[in-house]
Design a protein around this ligand. Sequence first.
Ligand code: PRP
Ligand code: URA
Length: 210
Amino acid sequence: MRVHVADHPLITHKLTVLRDERTPSPVFRALTEELVTLLAYEATRNVRTTEVTVRTPVSEAVGLSIAAPRPLVVPILRAGLGMLEGMVKLVPTAEVGFLGMVRDEETLQPTTYAERLPDDLSNRQCFILDPMLATGGSLGAAIEFLFQRGAVDVTAVCLIAAPEGIEAVRKMTEGREVTVVVGALDEKLNERGYIVPGLGDAGDRLYGLV
Ligand code: PRP
Ligand code: URA
């Protein structure tokens, strides 16, 4: 598994505002979208392309076009939904599938409560969106789900990760083609499985308490 920490000053600046407990939901949502666009730039570095030729007003130009089959973007509901617009803005031709997962706050185990994905992901490049990589349980299960359907490589885009979660996902995905692109690698998890310093509960901060 490759891990890329995209510690660009613009990303760190926006993440700092996101972390601030005083940042209200509308600003939090706008910043999340902006951050994803910046992270997506790195996450799509190896997107498959094919060579194409176009005619400019002056001559022919050889360029690149995103190859078929189209990339599949998979936000993990609920919090991953806050990242979707930023990603599809950058890759408008991508298809979008959905995975609904929730972590039990006592056991920290994830369960999948919704799934809307193509049955066959053979030969597909997939991009998972989830702001928080904490214990890694949710992301590890989501990645396995996509490989079971035939995906060939999976890139996860996360805003903040804990070292414990990165290691857990690394173990769960051994031998798989997996990349994690993250805006910040934080210090640790606390006893409740929250990332420290983190930003709290991403879903609640995006959409309010449930
Ligand atoms: C959060 C977050 C991740 C998961 C990370 O979702 O968006 O999906 O927790 O934790 P893990 O790495 O320990 O699995 P949550 O379960 O709170 O659901 P929500 O998005 O509906 O708020
Ligand atoms: N889920 C979140 O939203 N935040 C954390 O810190 C851990 C899991």
